[in-house]
Design a protein around this ligand. Structure first.
Ligand SMILES: *Cc1c(COP(=O)(O)O)cnc(C)c1O
Ligand SMILES: [Zn+2]
Length: 420
């Protein structure tokens, strides 16, 4: 297995032997062949402003202990492509290639991620008296969660920069996504996961042939053990925000949202927040779209929902703090929200505040109730994290924070099937 993988990885890196991507296939077979060029220019630390070379493997700014953000030549993008042209491309997140970091087409791995449905949710909307309620349903993504978007792009870019072996601490879904994108790219993956993470997450990692290490503890303990195990090895660490490109993959949710709403963003976006990759990624996407002239200045109010057994972002938001403090004894059935600390805490809190948004916690009982309602009233088996957004909306409607005439989007971040 190891040998075969390495041979595939070499082939991918050193020859023009292209890895099969459906996008590529579709492009070759279309009459209008266009080379899509990434407009990536550099990476930047949002705290000290230092610039980093984007064509080298980078993790984060050591001085600030801050994530790095990818920067693009947006003037060039605006001059070279229109939003209508992007809309006409084959489905999937690589149709936004100019705004993503992978330069060569042959590294744009795909398992069919992105372009998920934006479903109207009229029945819960009626109960809550919200006229325009939608669910951005991420469950059709490969590996059943939106983690596919982030790991797809992060693995693709790391392969392009010559890395062949990956390590990740995970609450569950990110490990599954890494394992499958590594398999797709002919690379190796080492996955450190709490031993009480959902069984499906454990089994999917094994099924993809990755190295699964079960940890007695939480994702934070998994991170410590992963770092120890990685010492002295060429394992590339794709922990949340400890490399710049998972956020770029998740940014595509924001791009899709803008497009789906006819380039006018909704009023409120409710997002189940763990490490905050999607929240920060979407916030970044909106800024890029405005710089391109593709949307105006209107932004949604961004809402972070967490579980009351692990709500460090909510606590920091309510205290007016700039950083979050590690949550002790984190527990919730929403495994993806069992994240006691967030490396991107400053960016998460800034996005919430700049948007005029808020943060709130819901109980596991409320999550289960909302999950039942989504299933029975809308035919959608949401993951507990996704159901938490509906539970959160109930509070926000009750206390008048969301008004009946507003357009609201809930993020269902994965399929409930993974938790059965
Ligand atoms: C990881 C995860 C989350 C949290 O996502 P972040 O972008 O890291 O905040 C939410 N829901 C599910 C299903 C997840 O797997
Ligand atoms: Zn810095």
């Amino acid at each position: 297995m190891l040998l075969r993988r390495n041979i595939r990885a070499e082939a991918l890196a050193d020859t023009n032997n292209p890895v099969q991507t459906s996008f590529q296939f579709l492009e070759r077979s279309s009459i209008l062949f266009v080379m899509l060029e990434s407009a990536l220019t550099h990476l930047e630390c949002p705290e000290c402003g230092r610039k980093f070379n984007a064509d080298r493997v980078q993790n984060f700014c050591e001085d600030c202990r801050s994530p790095l953000l990818a920067r693009y030549d947006l003037t060039r993008v605006a001059a070279s492509v229109t939003r209508t042209q992007i809309a006409a491309r084959p489905r999937g997140l690589w149709r936004w290639a100019e705004l993503l970091p992978v330069r060569k087409e042959k590294f744009r791995l795909t398992l069919g991620e992105g372009d998920t449905p934006l479903l109207p949710a009229p029945r819960p909307g009626k109960t809550l008296k919200i006229k325009h309620l939608f669910i951005k349903d991420e469950s059709p993504n490969p590996t059943g969660s939106f983690k596919a978007r982030g790991l797809c792009v992060a693995v693709a870019r790391a392969l392009e920069l010559g890395r062949r072996e990956f390590v990740i601490p995970t609450a569950g879904n990110a490990g599954g996504a890494l394992a499958f994108y590594a398999a797709r790219g002919g690379a190796e993956a080492h996955v450190f996961m709490p031993k009480d993470a959902p069984r499906t997450n454990q089994e999917e990692v094994r099924a993809a042939g990755a190295d699964l290490r079960l940890v007695d503890g939480l994702i934070s303990d998994a991170a410590r053990l992963a770092a120890e195990a990685a010492k002295g090895k060429r394992w590339f660490d794709v922990s949340t925000f400890k490399e710049p490109y998972r956020a770029e993959g998740k940014k595509t949710m924001g791009l899709e949202l803008a497009e789906s709403f006819g380039w006018e963003l909704p009023d409120v976006v409710i997002y189940p927040t763990g490490g905050g990759t999607g929240l920060v990624g979407m916030w970044k996407a909106f800024a890029e779209l405005e710089a391109l002239g593709w949307i105006g200045p209107k932004r949604p109010r961004m809402v972070a929902v967490q579980a009351d057994g692990c709500a460090p972002v909510v606590r920091a938001f309510q205290n007016g703090a700039e950083r979050i403090e590690t949550w002790q004894n984190a527990h919730t059935l929403a495994a993806g929200l069992r994240v006691p600390n967030a490396f991107a805490d400053r960016l998460i809190l800034r996005a919430l505040r700049e948007s005029g948004g808020t943060a709130l916690a819901v109980s596991d009982a409320e999550i289960l109730e909302a999950q039942r309602e989504m299933a029975q009233a809308e035919g959608l088996l949401a993951c507990p994290e996704g159901a938490a957004t509906l539970a959160g909306l109930r509070h926000l409607v009750k206390n008048g924070w969301v008004r009946p005439d507003e357009t609201v989007v809930l993020f269902n971040t994965g399929t409930g099937l993974k938790y059965i």
